[in-house]
Design a protein around this ligand. Sequence first.
Ligand SMILES: Cc1cc2nc3c(=O)[nH]c(=O)nc-3n(C[C@H](O)[C@H](O)[C@H](O)COP(=O)(O)OP(=O)(O)OC[C@H]3O[C@@H](n4cnc5c(N)ncnc54)[C@H](O)[C@@H]3O)c2cc1C
Ligand code: FES
Ligand code: FES
Length: 478
Amino acid sequence: MNTNKVQFLLNNKICELINPDPNQTLLNFIRTKLKKTGTKEGCAEGGCGACTVVVGELNNDQIVYKSINSCITFVTFLHGKQLLVVEDLINQDGSHHPVQQAMVRFHGSQCGFCTPGFVMSLFSMYKNHNSYNSDLIKDTISGNLCRCTGYRPIVDAAKSLNKVDFKDNFSKNKKKTVKILKKINSKNLSIINKDKKYFSPSTISELKKIIIRNPKSQFLNGGTDLSLIVTKERKDINTIINLKSIKELDFIKTNNNYIEVGSTTSLIKFENFILKYYPDFNSILKRYGSVQVRNVGSIGGNIATASPIGDTSPILLSLNAEIIIQSKVNKKNIPISKFFKGYRKTILKTGEFIYSIKIPIYKKNIFKAYKISKRFDDDISSVCASFNLEIINKKIKKIAIAFGGMAEIPKRATNCEKILKNKNLSLINFENVNKSLEKDFKPIDDMRATKNYRIEVAKNLLTKCFLEIESNKLIRLN
Ligand SMILES: Cc1cc2nc3c(=O)[nH]c(=O)nc-3n(C[C@H](O)[C@H](O)[C@H](O)COP(=O)(O)OP(=O)(O)OC[C@H]3O[C@@H](n4cnc5c(N)ncnc54)[C@H](O)[C@@H]3O)c2cc1C
Ligand code: FES
Ligand code: FES
């Protein structure tokens, strides 16, 4: 059964939006329709965190609280969820939530523009964890920019939450909230608003039928890239098909030889999983956007953008991953090296979508990945490099090297690989091969880096990889 009503929970009441504009952002809705102006607009592209709100999602009988950037989220995202904005944290007697009180006590706010965003990020941390160390706090607020207070008082406020009674009003009302959330109608959405349509199927077979009827539609995953068409390019997206509503696409499976990740799996879920297999994959994901971006952004969406500076692509290239593509009739496995066709172009044909990504498990190999960006957190790569080597008796038996930010697509350094294969692991061999990177890549100048910088840094990363392997130590700033 389909519905044209987006139903969500706000202040313990079920709200309904009939055929809303599928291109309306959640931020716009909160400020102009709900008239709650505590949530701010800064950048309108997911980069500053001023618009951070929290959504509560039912997972069995638990509520999972996720911070998201409302500026790059469509209002339809609310379907079946609880919405929490900064005004909702104030208790009925007018007193503040412990997170707000901590911000006051530690002078965490000056002009106050960023404060609602920080409060909501810290609120999601407070609700999802039992204790808060420096790493967790820094990760939590990595997507929130403050231009006047500075971060120390905010970090101190967050640390002080360790001493606060864990039960807030939301915990006390949890049973009631779960009950109402269960009542919400979370049927498949099928919205028609003037010339715009929005569908959220719950199974792949329903998805296929929608694709046949709407061949020109755009797939929506986490929306952290797609939504910018509306917010930055100021264009409309006429037909949207939401893939996130399909549970079959949200999974992580593993056996002895490979990991398979469903294409809508959020990056935050994946980063925790991949840690024990490839720690450097986890380190790169920790610096990928922010918690708000990774809470919704997906590995499938990252690959499908074919962005030359997408962080997962070079890693998956060096790990010889396969993309499982689903069409109306069948599924096929394609090596990721054949998936990117040109600048932001993939081999996907109309109606085809990424079902999953298969990542081999190399138990004996050495795997390393590095991200170079102007800002440590929440910044896009200037260059991203990934190395996968099988070394036996100090000889390189197999090697796969891939770079992002060095060409119009994420690409393997094939010349470099050929030269290093079967060579001894030595500094001279790694330094000699440096020159061949200029044959593999002809990078460009752009706002992130010059071509000369890119080539230089790529050579340095190759040397760094050798030095780390030889010394069996990590040479990292963080
Ligand atoms: C503030 C901010 C910071 C960011 N930081 C980083 C960063 O550090 N590193 C980085 O690599 N990227 C970064 N990005 C880019 C973006 O987050 C990623 O590209 C993201 O992974 C896209 O995933 P998504 O699920 O949000 O995709 P969406 O935005 O939903 O979709 C992106 C594109 O892929 C298509 N698509 C999605 N899923 C599928 C599928 N299963 N099959 C076929 N097509 C599909 C969509 O139609 C759309 O064209 C950042 C973005 C923002 C806004
Ligand atoms: S307004 Fe800057 S992240 Fe949304
Ligand atoms: S308090 Fe002014 S930007 Fe943070």
